[in-house]
Write a protein that binds this ligand. Structure first.
Ligand SMILES: [Ca+2]
Ligand SMILES: [Ca+2]
Ligand SMILES: [Ca+2]
Length: 332
C-alpha cells in the first residue's frame, strides 16, 4: 500500500506502527573501517580486482572477499566512496518479519554492474561547497543536509558531475546520481537478511543508528532507549554496517532515484523502478521515525518537488560506464 507523505512532520509515518522491541537475537556488530583503503582521485580509479573487503560480525572477521575497485575520496569535498561489487540478493522482507509493510514483497534482484556509494550521507558542508547555500533546518557542517527536494538533489548530482568531468576526474559515461532503490537496499543489507543489518533486535538500534528514541518526544518514540541525539547527528556517529556504510539506518531518510511503485512480481535484473509515478522513494528511517522505519526493507514514498522534509537527505552514487538516467518530467 502506498503511503504518500506530504507533511514535514511524521504523523503519517508514525501511524504505520510501533517498533517491534527486542528479540534478543544476534547482533551483526561491525567495525570495518577499511584500514588499508588508499585514497585516490576519481581519474585514478584503480581497476585492480584484488581489493578485498572484510565483513565483521560481533567484532570478529566474518569473511573476506574480493570486491574489485578501491575506495576513493572526491577531492575538495572529503566525500568517501566505497565500491559495491555486482551481486544477487533478496530485496524486500520475509512475510514473518515484524512490522513489515505490504509493499516489500521479497524477490530476487541481480545487480549486474558494480557501483560506488557514499560511505556517509551527504553533509551540509559538502552541499554548500557544491551549491553555495545550506537549506538545512538542523544546522551543522558535519550533519546531513536535509530540507532538500528530490529535484534539488538531482541538481546537486548534475552540478558535481559537471565539475568533476571538467576537472578530468570523470570519464565518459560516469556520473554522480542517486542510487536506485535496489542499489540502496543491497548496500544497506551488506549481505544480511535480518530486519536491520546488525540483526533481528530493533531494541538494539540505539547502538547503530539515530532514530526516534527516548529524548525525541513523539508519541510512538522508543521510551526505553536513548541513542544520544534528538535531532540529526553528525554523519558517522554510529557503527558502520558490514560493508562500511554509516547511517543506512536512521539519521535522515535518503532519496533514491526511483519512482515509488509496486515491485516486479518475479526476479529482476538491475531494476530502476516504475516508468512513471507521483512520488519518489526514500529509505532508511530517520531521527524522527521509529525503529521499524529504519528496517532495511522499509520503503518511504515522498513528494519529489517538496523541499520541506527536515528528516530527508541523500547519499551519493557514482555509476560507471553508463549514461545518466534519462531526464524525467518535473511536474511533480
Ligand atoms: Ca535519536
Ligand atoms: Ca540515513
Ligand atoms: Ca513502509
Amino acid at each position: 500500500m502506498m503511503k504518500l507523505l506530504v507533511a514535514p512532520f511524521v504523523a503519517l509515518l508514525m501511524a504505520e506502527g510501533g517498533d517491534s522491541g527486542s528479540d534478543g537475537s544476534e547482533s551483526n556488530q561491525t567495525t570495518d573501517e577499511n584500514p588499508d583503503a588508499k585514497t585516490a582521485e576519481v581519474a585514478k580509479i584503480d581497476l585492480d580486482e584484488n581489493e578485498t573487503r572484510t565483513t565483521f560480525k560481533n567484532g570478529k572477521p566474518l569473511k573476506e572477499e574480493k570486491i574489485g575497485k578501491k575506495p576513493f575520496t572526491i577531492p575538495g569535498l572529503s566525500m568517501e566512496m566505497l565500491w559495491c561489487k555486482p551481486g544477487t540478493f533478496t530485496m524486500g522482507s520475509p512475510k514473518i518479519e515484524k512490522n513489515r509493510d505490504d509493499d516489500e514483497p521479497p524477490h530476487t534482484v541481480t545487480l549486474t554492474s558494480g557501483f560506488y556509494l557514499g560511505k556517509h550521507e551527504v553533509t551540509q558542508s559538502q552541499w554548500e561547497l557544491v551549491m553555495g547555500s545550506n537549506p538545512s533546518w538542523f544546522k551543522g557542517a558535519d550533519r546531513p543536509v536535509e530540507t532538500v527536494s528530490w529535484h534539488d538533489v538531482i541538481s546537486f548530482c548534475e552540478k558535481l558531475t559537471e565539475q568533476e568531468s571538467k576537472a578530468g576526474r570523470l570519464t565518459s559515461g560516469m556520473s554522480y546520481q542517486l542510487p536506485t532503490e535496489a542499489q540502496w537496499e543491497y548496500a544497506c543489507r551488506a549481505g544480511t537478511k535480518t530486519p536491520h543489518a546488525f540483526g533481528e533486535a530493533s531494541g538494539e538500534l540505539h547502538r547503530h543508528g539515530n532514530y526516534a528514541d527516548r529524548n525525541t518526544n513523539f508519541d510512538l518514540s522508543d521510551n526505553a532507549h536513548d541513542d544520544g541525539f534528538k535531532n540529526t547527528s553528525p554523519v558517522g556517529s554510529y557503527k558502520p554496517n558490514g560493508w562500511g556504510f554509516h547511517d543506512m539506518h536512521g539519521n535522515v531518510f535518503e532519496w533514491c532515484a526511483d519512482w515509488y511503485g509496486d515491485y516486479p512480481s518475479g526476479a529482476a535484473r538491475d531494476p530502476v523502478g516504475p516508468a512513471y509515478g507521483s512520488s519518489r522513494v526514500g529509505r532508511g528511517g530517520s531521527r524522527s521515525h521509529t525503529a521499524y522505519h529504519a528496517r532495511s526493507a522499509n520503503r518511504g514514498s515522498l513528494v519529489p518537488a517538496y523541499g520541506g522534509y527536515d528528516f530527508l537527505g541523500f547519499r551519493l552514487c557514482l555509476r560507471l560506464g553508463r549514461k545518466a538516467r534519462p531526464k524525467v518530467d518535473a511536474s511533480f
